[in-house]
Design a binder for this molecule. Sequence first.
Ligand SMILES: [Mn+2]
Length: 609
Amino acid sequence: MTQPQPPKAPESETPETGPIATLQAAPQTIPGGRMDWSLRRPDAQAVAELVRTERVPILVARLLVNRGFEAGKAVREHLQPQLTRLHDPFLLPNMRAATQRLTRALRDGETILVHGDYDVDGVTGTTLLMRLFRLLGGKAVWHIPNRLTDGYSFGAHSVERARECGATVVVSVDNGTSAGETIQDLLDAGVDTIVTDHHEAPLGALPNATAIVNPKLPDSTYPFRELCGAAVAFKLAWGMCQEISGASRVREDLRQYLVDAMSYVAIATVCDVVPLVDENRILAHYGLRTLAQSSFPGVVSLLKRCKLSDRKLSAEDVGFQIGPRINASGRLGSAAQAVELLLADDVESADRLAQVLDDLNEERRRIERELVVQAMAAAEHFSDAERYPVLVIAGQGWHQGVIGIVASRLVDAFDRPALVIGLDGDEGRGSARSVPGFSVLEAMHGGRSHMLRYGGHSQAAGCEVRADEVDALREAICQRARSIVADSSDDKRPLVIDTEIPLEQLTPTLMHQIDRLEPFGTDNADPILTAQDVRLSEPARIIGKDRTHLMLQVRQGSQVFKALGFGMADREPELRMGKRIDIAFTPRWNTFRGQTKLELLLRDLRTEA
Ligand SMILES: [Mn+2]
């Protein structure tokens, strides 16, 4: 595959002097960063106060102030997440009705159908409820719609599945809040439904369910709205444990179950990209520890497959290694293997299923790679970025399980929002991704008359469209996008840097202190640091299967670090031995053959002209 050239930075007569230059004692401006660098300037007094009260290094104090913290209770809770700070499950709307109905079902030996969704959030949430019902001796079966044939959430397949297994109670995970019609059909068939979900409520009437447990319901008074679906299911499980224990302090075996179940919640919390603050931070923090020590055979096998056994796990490990494998089966059709893996009770079937997921993930990557090549080729027809500010491309038979990922790749490659449509005969489904600061949904509003359905957010959206409308849709979306772009001036993407650090100060001891801010993710961003005036200690190398990545050894004083730039291979010609380089990076641990070392993940670099 050829590495496409991202658009060139605008040439300017005067070299760009960012705030970084003004903070340097002997400023030397080095133009040529591909992104627009700016250095944050946290309030010095607030930083000093944190250093004094929390005894953190100044760099950590700066990171904290940059993330909105000041000395006080909130920062202490952030640095030391406490399980006791989790909110009471019964603060969620309708929790009592839900736990009472389920306790009755367990007592009377009713069959409970756990109805999840096919992504990581749904799969892990389904698993944790299944484990609870089994632990409590209940009759429970699960159902996850087939992405390609059933589509998302509830439908006729749900009623069919309930009837087939003789369920009288359905518990949803990660969906159901908008499934009024099917939930009524279930009720007409004598089946009660308990919804656990985290999606926004629809306008108009809510489903006629026994209970809708969702922190985003209009009348919810729950203190935190941003739980993922598996976390809401976990809250239901916790509520059940309290109900059964007859006290808010739960029985020992149930307490152990809840601790174990938190590992599933951590996976979902990271993969569903909910903000890693408040309760989510506590769940992710403890859940990642539980995950690393899990005794669930499925988790053990999965970690082994990901080469993550016997080590501390980060949000990155979950997001890039564990998540994609759990998602792979659902993407290619049925999420059954993923649920079966997580539910496996013996090592043999766990190992076998982990292998299956690994193969499916490879298959998914192969399909994705092929599709990226086709999509890139198709995108060449729309290389004029002014005429086509949004890439809208479509292809017959493009796998709908990977079009979202392919759209992300196009965004990275072309630095433009992209809508990728997989056509299946006369109709197709599209998936759009955007660049920061541009709402692709807003652009899609311009093409509303050419789509059957669409929706989403500013950064990610989806649609259904007729094949013969694709060209008209492209024109309409690009027309709207041109008017949006005309209103905004900045060409380069912003890169906001937390602070500067000489490489010699970046020690393992300091890194352990930075680790206290983990897990990083939405609303708790990875630290981005800059080191100025570094040199290569050996020639830059281009690495990776597709030869798209950059690997450097950077030196400053006596300190040398490996630095990796994903998708930055095209920067290699700028890099010469002896040249001054400024790098922007995130420090991270890398474990290879049992050895853990500090390395740098490059965000951007700029070199002497
Ligand atoms: Mn979800």
